[in-house]
Write a protein that binds this ligand. Structure first.
Ligand code: SF4
Length: 389
């Protein structure tokens, strides 16, 4: 045990984690309220190391937003546009495939695709998009749609959620994104995302997908109008569903970005708040293997520090991010593989390139990727590019 923990007021929580006991909601609130960030981080480190050892991962992926038109107007959202807006956009399937083809040449293994709730695109647009991408490269993992998009597509297709997910899966969907969870407590939800699905609906989409054998991630948007107790409440819903389905492969806390929306927040999340939120998530979500430090919202430097506060993943290279940047994120639009590896290695961890399910593709144990593993992560397009020089 680190010396400073021996006399810490959080010593009993450290002992709980050492014993493998689950912490309570009241314990989580104490951790959130603690002024001793390093003690919280040290406990999270114990929990992290037990799950993943010394490894920290990233994915080589590309974001694609097919459209920012949305029939809703969530107060916190800086991304959505109406048809009358000059900076609204929607991509044709051909444009999406062209972006995917270009990114495959850079070595991506995953496309992460979300958009607004488009007012008029038919259900076949979404299934045709998935089929076209699947045809482009069968090994490319398609991580698409938030829970509210799935509900919107079910409404469009006049199908149940299960039937909709089945149709999307048949078209090529590999996994669901975790976006749209925001904060589950009803009062907070109405203040920041009026008209959006309820907590129960969000969880039910993921539950249905998990029961079909699917996997997904989940999120929490923090640092706006919610209380610390609201964050614990949110984490409890996720821990409970994970106990039930074991279908979440990772948790991604998202720091709120306050620009160009209807929720002006004087003090958006500080670095200490982000580190503490990641640490408490790691300790409380004892049934999750992976906690991501989302560099788009935190910046890569703070995300790197978060690898010593319970996080074991830096998310992806992304290539083109809109949602956070339209809300004021000052991070770059993308990271290179080399930057991710450097950040992880300098944090004292072993870099691992992962796929959508957090399965390892390449590991850099001693400077070079492990021999023999690299082929697993290569897309057909990248191999063709390499073969033709
Ligand atoms: S958060 Fe999503 S559902 Fe809400 S307005 Fe923005 S794009 Fe639409």
């Amino acid at each position: 045990m680190q010396f400073f923990l021996q006399h810490s007021p959080l010593r009993d929580l450290y002992d709980k984690v050492v014993a493998g006991d689950r912490i309570s909601d009241a314990d989580a609130l104490r951790l959130f309220e603690s002024r001793d960030l390093n003690a919280v981080g040290a406990i999270a480190e114990l929990a992290r190391r037990r799950k993943v050892g010394n490894q920290a991962s990233f994915i080589i992926n590309r974001y694609i937003n097919y459209s920012n038109y949305c029939i809703l107007s969530c107060q916190f959202c800086s991304f959505a546009r109406k048809k009358r807006d000059a900076d609204g956009f929607e991509l044709s399937i051909e444009q999406i495939v062209a972006k995917a083809r270009e990114a495959l040449g850079l070595g991506i293994t995953e496309l992460h695709i979300v958009g607004g709730l488009h007012p008029s695109l038919p259900f076949t647009y979404y299934t045709d998009m998935l089929k076209a991408l699947r045809e482009l490269d069968p090994r490319l993992q398609l991580k698409c749609f938030t829970a509210i998009e799935v509900l919107h597509l079910a409404w469009l297709a006049k199908k149940s959620v299960a039937e909709t997910l089945q149709a999307l899966k048949q078209a090529g969907l590999d996994s669901l994104t975790g976006g749209g969870a925001e904060i589950f407590r009803k009062e907070v939800r109405s203040a920041i995302a009026r008209g959006k699905e309820s907590a129960e609906e969000y969880l039910d989409v993921h539950r249905t997908w998990h029961r079909m054998g699917g996997r997904s991630t989940c999120t929490m948007l923090y640092g706006h109008v919610e209380s610390l107790a609201d964050r614990v409440d949110h984490l409890r819903y996720l821990r409970d569903l994970q106990d039930e389905t074991h279908g979440f492969v990772g948790f991604v806390p998202l720091p709120y970005q306050p620009e160009d929306n209807d929720i002006p927040v004087e003090h958006p999340p500080t670095g200490a708040d982000s580190l503490r939120t990641i640490a408490v998530s790691r300790i409380y979500l004892d049934n999750f293997d992976h906690i991501t430090a989302y560099w788009v919202g935190m910046g890569l430097k703070l995300a790197q520090v978060a690898l010593s506060y319970g996080a074991d993943d830096l998310h992806g290279t992304i290539l083109e991010e809109h949602i956070f940047h339209m809300a004021g994120a000052t991070s770059p639009q993308q990271q290179t593989e080399a930057e991710m590896i450097k950040a992880i290695r300098e944090a004292g961890r072993t870099p691992v390139q992962r796929n959508s399910f957090y399965e390892p593709i390449r590991t850099w144990d001693d400077g070079a990727p492990e021999s023999g593993a690299k082929q697993d992560g290569r897309s057909r397009v990248l191999e063709e590019n390499l073969a033709t020089g």
